[in-house]
Design a protein around this ligand. Structure first.
Ligand SMILES: Nc1ncnc2c1ncn2[C@@H]1O[C@H](COP(=O)(O)OP(=O)(O)OP(=O)(O)O)[C@@H](O)[C@H]1O
Ligand SMILES: [Mg+2]
Length: 252
């Protein structure tokens, strides 16, 4: 674990693409949701809470990859650069709102942190955090000697938690938690109750596997990490950051 000076169990919050964008409309941010999230996160920051932020691709990254795949089959370096640019655009939109709300956000594109889809160096994020900034990275795309690779924002979130000694990870989505087959928010998802998870609606394009992969990765992660992993909606985030309970906990 790479905890630096002054790092006190930061909360890692993943702002899902399903909430920060309108996932079914290409390249469309959900400004209203972003502003609400900024308001909630800035209150937490002002109460001296340390935060690391990750955001997803939503109708930017996922759509840009799908669009290039449909057009050409395989992405070339210009397509990769285009996807990277689209993600940076989304990140700037999110950071602008966060900064306006008083959060000192520092953007770290994952393509500058990662050499492969599972080899990322978070030193600069840790340095930022210990100097009072709120580092933010995001799901991204890189080119390796084995071709282009997509770096999942969900994976980055879990890796950042284990690297920084975080005890809490919060995935914020457009649903109030993980829904069961009747549409009710599940209090917890465990390997035993995974089969009860329902499909809330037709899932939008998600090149990193959507909710199913998110739950699979989180369940794997909690086996050997003492970190609380939760899935919440916007209201749930507010509740959790002010000491309450909301959403779904993913646990072993
Ligand atoms: N049982 C379920 N419970 C909760 N959400 C579900 C369920 N089934 C499908 N979903 C859908 O899964 C989506 C969340 O997963 P997805 O990976 O698409 O979003 P995200 O992680 O917020 O986006 P991104 O990957 O762009 O960051 C939500 O939009 C939700 O509607
Ligand atoms: Mg996703």
């Amino acid at each position: 674990m790479l905890t630096g000076k002054g790092i006190t169990h930061p909360i890692v919050v993943k702002l899902g693409g399903s909430i920060v964008t309108r996932k079914d409309e290409p390249y469309t941010p959900n400004k209203e949701a972003i502003d609400k999230l900024a308001d909630i996160l800035s209150s937490y920051y002002r109460s001296n809470g340390q935060l690391i932020l990750v955001h997803g691709g939503g109708s930017y990254g996922h759509y840009a990859v799908e669009e290039a795949r449909k057009r050409k089959g395989v992405l070339d370096t210009v397509d990769v650069a285009q996807v990277q640019k689209r993600m940076l655009e989304l990140s700037v939109i999110i950071a602008s709102s966060l900064i306006e709300h008083g959060l000192p956000v520092s953007i770290h594109p994952a393509h500058t942190l990662c050499k492969s889809e599972n080899d990322c160096c978070f030193d600069v994020i840790i340095e930022d955090l210990s100097n009072g900034l709120v580092p933010m990275t995001y799901g991204d795309i890189i080119v390796t000697d084995k071709g282009y690779k997509i770096i999942s924002g969900d994976d980055l979130t879990l890796w950042l938690a284990s690297t920084t000694g975080s005890r809490r990870v919060i995935f914020v989505m457009d649903q109030p938690g993980v829904l069961d087959k009747t549409g009710k928010v599940m209090e917890r998802v465990t390997p035993q109750t995974l089969g009860e998870v329902g499909i809330a609606k037709k899932e939008s394009v998600d090149v990193t596997g959507g909710i199913a992969k998110k739950l699979e990765s989180a369940l794997e992660f909690v086996v050997d990490h003492d970190v609380e992993v939760r899935v919440v909606g916007i209201e749930g985030l507010k509740e959790i950051l002010s000491g309450g309970k909301a959403g779904t906990v993913i646990t072993k």
